[in-house]
Design a protein around this ligand. Sequence first.
Ligand code: NAD
Ligand code: UPG
Length: 320
Amino acid sequence: MKALVVGGAGYIGSVVTRLLLSQGHEVVILDDCSTGHADSVPSGVELVRADIGTAGSVLAGAGFDAVLHFAAKSLVGESVREPGLYWRTNVVGTRALLDAITEYQVPVLVFSSTAATYGDPETVPILESAATRPTSPYGASKLAVDMMITGECAATELAAVSLRYFNVAGAALGVGERHGVETHLIPNAIRAARGLGEPLQVFGDDWPTPDGTPIRDYVHVLDLARAHVRALTAARPGEHLICNLGSGDGSSVREVLTAVERVSGHAVPHSVGPRRAGDPARLIASSAVARHRLGWTPELGLSEMIEDAWHFHTTGTTIR
Ligand SMILES: NC(=O)c1ccc[n+]([C@@H]2O[C@H](COP(=O)([O-])OP(=O)(O)OC[C@H]3O[C@@H](n4cnc5c(N)ncnc54)[C@H](O)[C@@H]3O)[C@@H](O)[C@H]2O)c1
Ligand SMILES: O=c1ccn([C@@H]2O[C@H](COP(=O)(O)OP(=O)(O)O[C@H]3O[C@H](CO)[C@@H](O)[C@H](O)[C@H]3O)[C@@H](O)[C@H]2O)c(=O)[nH]1
């Protein structure tokens, strides 16, 4: 396939790009490098360094078979402080991309959706049929995009898959997390364990969970990448398939810190601060739809994610 990877210079998009290349697909990347890195683009792959709104000029007459769309603002806390940035980038930007996909008749779209579309679920594991009540502008903007895609598929022959990732972690194929301002738990815990910067701040230990810290479902970036390859051929023309991608296991913030200490052999210096606005208490996926429709099951667990992330942050290389 010839694929346009929008946001392919970012963490997850870079791993997916490498997996696509290893399977013989052709890739072009569109990315403004606002949170991604030009040096993450493999040699031989064209990088169009531009805003998502310019996708039409890349797609025009170029015969793409698929678009994989990773480009977004994606931090829950930042979205609470700067909601306009999230609606403009994620919703207005994706609207322009969808218009271009329709105009230039690209048949397949795979979109990075999120567990944050569900908000604070009443029950876990979360099914795709669960109520969508996002607790942050980030989750709301991603839900709006999912709804736009549903409408586009109904009106055209677009075959689309929204992959609702839970918490992505780990490193693979030479790529790991390198966010300018890192807000994610595992890389921040690794930084603190290495004695770099401030101690980690735990955002609240008074949540309605067994140890008082929030529970998340962590999924390895390489498992996630494998799901994208399968998603390219999973939906029928005119269908919008929505699949959760998680392990089905929940880990609390305290459990993650303990696992980082075990893997690294270092204590994680930390203090407990207030809750972070927009955070839900507990997110755990049911990935039954992904198992059934993509033939996908995750192969790597939390220990491997932390081992791989630790290796990446300490050596700059990856184990897998
Ligand atoms: N990391 C997670 O745990 C997680 C979980 C659920 C969903 N997601 C989603 O997965 C996707 C990728 O996340 P990531 O962690 O790799 O983030 P990332 O920030 O590393 O990657 C996003 C990429 O999009 C690019 N980008 C942003 N705005 C753009 C614009 N206006 N025009 C062109 N390019 C633009 C950035 O430069 C970056 O390379 C996002 O859509 C995110 O919402 C991530
Ligand atoms: O320094 C930190 C960082 C995080 N946390 C907590 O750790 C958990 C995980 O937080 P984080 O790693 O920031 O991820 P989330 O906010 O859960 O969001 C991620 O996972 C979502 C899906 O569940 C995606 O939609 C988002 O894009 C992605 O950033 C949360 O309970 C945070 O409160 C801390 O206590 N201290």
